[in-house]
Ligand binder design. Structure first.
Ligand code: ADP
Ligand code: ZN
Length: 639
């Protein structure tokens, strides 16, 4: 902006330049609230007779005003009168809120006065404060010290990226490999990176090129960040981190500038680890994003590639990036010398979960009866973060119940809470409650009777948040889950169990009375049946893969490739899927019909107890059936 006084302009720039090194919101507010007091202070100190607003208007009309700078934020007009010398400070006129615009401006324009309107948003005020008040100077100085410290002290003026460099740095992460459990393979591979950082000469001596980038691939919460921190912790080097998602929706150029700053800092602190979380947010293949390219993202990605190419292999910086979408990453990222190492960080298996639970149980008070093995068995599909969360929830429940150690009860409740939702007060006895009981007993009884189904863990009609009126829970067979191989009979039994709720409703209350409560069950059945037909060749259509597999795992594509089959094949697939579902439904109805008396008895028990564990349920079944299926009864958890 154009300004009159040299000295004022210089002061403004100095302050701005330093100020731009880091702008904290708190500092900002502080300054703004400081301003009014300083204004009065400065005005009383001013010796010159100030120009009033009325005089100002008069002078405009008389054509005595040469030039006006309006500072919107502070509501002050700097007025240079006709014949005033360049070296004299301009007159300052306090404007009234209502008068500022556009009335005044029109008047000035009408009189051909040179006008500048500036929204300095406080920066002008800053300069003004600095020149006018010693007190303000001290305050600013103190603020600058704080800001400087928090921003890491990067210099330079008026640069967006610089002023908001939002990467984090931890001099010492305090995390070691022992804190990360259940990902032994990844740890082993990363052990090498620690050695690179600790004694690079071992590698450089024999001419080995030290990797620059490692890509950790895995679902959220599997411990990727933790692993990266552990590398830094083990090697005793600083840890810089930034998340790719922060670059999205930023002004063009900001992301690239942040990347530049990040690497500049990293180079100053080498050896060190640079961790980029959610790299897919910036690293998607260029020019293929939905809705066209995103300039900001591409610029950020290009900058990242440039930076990675820019430092030598032995500079001591190792970049670790995390993602769960390798498939969408730009190929350029994976070239040699960039992220040429990929390490998969999978969801933990049973033994992994046990190890993770052991890590997080270290600082928790557990009662004797709690078996981490049982918890690990109960939590297939949980990530490390979810397991940590589970133990924490259980500890909170324990404190709330005023117990001194976590018991299996709190663990069970915490699992339900995390997987299903909060418990609500049970329904009063009503026909709806009865219907729910039949529905759940339908699932539970089939789970108990069918040969290839999982073991029943719990059945309840205590409602939960999220519109859940009851649920039946079974313990998946660990061998099956770990191997990832499901037999056709297991799948068919599962479909029958899932339809057991609807089948019970239909058997007991008639087709007309069935409810929408089975919507979720049906969706699950349809998905399973469809996979059997199109992926696993388990139908009359034979062993043909009709759809690609990659939409179910985490390596999903942005846009699913269109399935390559004819209209006619689509119809046949639908027929097969429908056939599997219908047969499952019939089978469920038949089994329940044959065990109607048992079902009624179980419903009565459930209505009374509202919640039964697998063993209680099986006990009633055993009393009624000649050939109880209790071969797995010994594995029953928690009872
Ligand atoms: P990611 O980066 O893969 O999303 P994080 O590393 O942020 O996951 O994990 C979040 C938290 O979950 C960790 O701070 C830790 O408490 C816990 N956690 C996750 N995975 C593990 C693991 N393998 N071992 C121990 N704790 C874990
Ligand atoms: Zn159901």
């Amino acid at each position: 902006m154009k300004s009159f006084s040299r000295s004022k302009q210089n002061a403004r720039h100095t302050v701005q330049g330093a100020f731009a090194t880091g702008l904290l919101t708190t500092g900002w507010f502080l300054l703004q609230s400081l301003m009014p007091t300083s204004v009065t202070l400065a005005q009383s100190a001013d010796e010159k007779d100030p120009l009033t607003y009325g005089e100002f208007l008069e002078k405009i009309d008389q054509g005595q005003v040469q030039q006006v700078d309006i500072d919107e934020t502070r509501g002050i007009a700097y007025v240079r009168l006709e014949g005033q010398s360049e070296d004299d400070p301009p007159e300052e006129v306090t404007l009234f809120a209502g008068e500022r615009n556009p009335e005044l401006i029109r008047r000035l324009r009408d009189n051909q006065v040179d006008v500048e309107v500036a929204d300095t948003s406080g920066n002008g005020a800053l300069a003004w404060l600095a020149t006018n008040s010693l007190l303000a100077l001290i305050v600013i100085f103190a603020l600058l010290m704080i800001l400087r410290r928090s921003s890491g002290g990067a210099g330079g003026a008026m640069s967006f990226g610089r002023s908001k460099a939002r990467f984090q740095m931890e001099a010492k992460t305090g995390v070691v490999f022992d804190d990360v459990a259940g990902v032994e393979e990844a740890k082993e591979e990363l052990q090498e990176v620690v050695t690179f950082l600790k004694s690079p000469e071992k590698f450089t001596a024999v001419g080995a090129r030290i990797p620059k980038g490692v890509l950790l691939v895995g679902q959220p919460g599997t411990g990727k960040t933790l692993l990266a921190k552990a590398i830094a912790g083990e090697a005793g080097v600083p840890f810089f981190s930034i998340s790719g998602s922060e670059f999205v929706e930023m002004f063009v150029g900001v992301g690239a500038s942040r990347v530049r700053d990040l690497f500049k800092k990293a180079k100053e602190n080498a050896p060190c680890i640079v961790f980029i979380d959610e790299i897919d947010a910036v690293g998607r293949s260029r020019g293929t994003g939905i809705g066209g390219g995103n300039d900001e993202r591409e610029q950020t990605l290009n900058q990242l590639l440039t930076e990675m190419d820019g430092f030598e292999g032995n500079s001591g910086i190792i970049v670790i990036a995390a993602t769960n979408r390798v498939d969408v990453l730009d190929m350029a990222l994976m070239r040699p010398g960039r992220f040429d190492r990929q390490i998969i960080v999978d969801l933990p298996t049973y033994s992994g979960r046990l190890a993770i639970l052991e890590v997080h149980a270290r600082d928790k008070k557990m009662s004797e009866e709690v078996s981490l093995e049982a918890i690990a068995r109960r939590t297939p599909g949980f990530s490390g973060a979810q397991l940590a969360n589970l133990l924490n929830e259980a500890a909170i429940l324990t404190a709330r119940r005023r117990r001194d150690a976590i018991t299996m009860q709190e663990i069970e409740d915490a699992i339900d809470r995390l997987t299903i939702g909060l418990t609500l007060t049970p329904l009063l006895d009503s026909s709806r409650k009865r219907m729910t009981a039949y529905h759940e007993v339908g699932h539970a009884l089939l789970t108990t009777l069918l040969e290839n189904s999982d073991e029943l863990n719990k059945v309840t009609i205590i409602p939960r948040s999220g519109g859940i009126e009851g649920f039946t829970q079974s313990l998946p067979n660990e061998d099956i889950i770990d191997s990832g191989l499901y037999t056709r009979s297991w799948l068919l039994d599962r479909i029958t169990v899932a339809l057991g709720g609807l089948a019970a409703e239909a058997e007991v209350f008639g087709d007309d009375e069935t409810t929408t409560g089975a919507g979720g069950d049906i969706k699950q059945v349809t998905n399973l049946a469809r996979q059997m037909v199109t992926l696993y060749g388990m139908s009359d259509l034979g062993p043909v893969a009709l759809e690609s597999m990659n939409n179910e795992v985490f390596l999903g594509r942005d846009l699913m490739p269109k399935s390559e089959y004819s209209e006619e094949m689509a119809t046949r697939i639908d027929q097969e899927v429908r056939g599997i579902a219908l047969r499952g439904f019939e089978r469920a109805k038949v089994v329940l019909r044959e065990n109607r008396a048992l079902m009624d008895r179980l419903v009565d028990a459930l209505l009374e107890q509202e919640s039964m564990d697998g063993e209680q349920f099986r006990e009633i079944v055993r009393q009624h059936t000649q050939i109880p299926r209790d071969q797995r009864a010994g594995v029953a958890a928690g009872s």
